[in-house]
Design a protein around this ligand. Structure first.
Ligand SMILES: [Ca+2]
Length: 137
């Protein structure tokens, strides 16, 4: 069936969906803390513009375009990133099989210039799949 994705069954199947509005500069805090080494599966759908003059990009953002004054200057501008502690991980291609490097709150961050969120457009829906036993709290 076209458009159907079958996810690998890596986990015991808790799924939560978080909406990320890219006009909001503050990280979207999921309230989830995982034990380091947990196996987490993350999928993101959506597109967004980091400026009215550019095309809409998916979760990878604008490939190869970096800006110094963003939360993660080494990642693409317009990328959707997963953050724990001070570590940012890109959701390249919108999918990530991931082991959290720290047990800090998992946050979702749209990588735009610090004062540049007001002119953005779009949103992402991020599905996080995990095993309940891997939650710290
Ligand atoms: Ca912007």
């Amino acid at each position: 069936m076209a458009g159907t994705t079958i996810l690998p069954r890596l986990h015991k199947g808790v799924k939560q969906v978080f909406h990320v509005d890219v006009t909001q500069g503050a990280p979207r805090n999921t309230g989830l803390n995982f034990r380091p080494g947990a196996q987490i599966h993350i999928v993101s759908d959506g597109t967004a513009k980091y400026d009215p003059s550019v095309e809409a990009f998916g979760p990878s953002g604008c490939i190869g375009m970096h800006r110094a004054n963003t939360p993660a200057p080494n990642e693409n501008i317009g990328a959707l990133l997963v953050k724990t502690g001070s570590i940012y991980t890109p959701l390249s291609g919108g999918r990530l099989d991931w082991q959290p490097p720290t047990d800090d709150n998992l946050e979702l961050v749209y990588n735009d210039t610090w004062n540049g969120y007001a002119n953005n457009f779009g949103s992402f829906d991020v599905t996080i799949e995990y095993d309940q036993a891997d939650l710290m709290s």
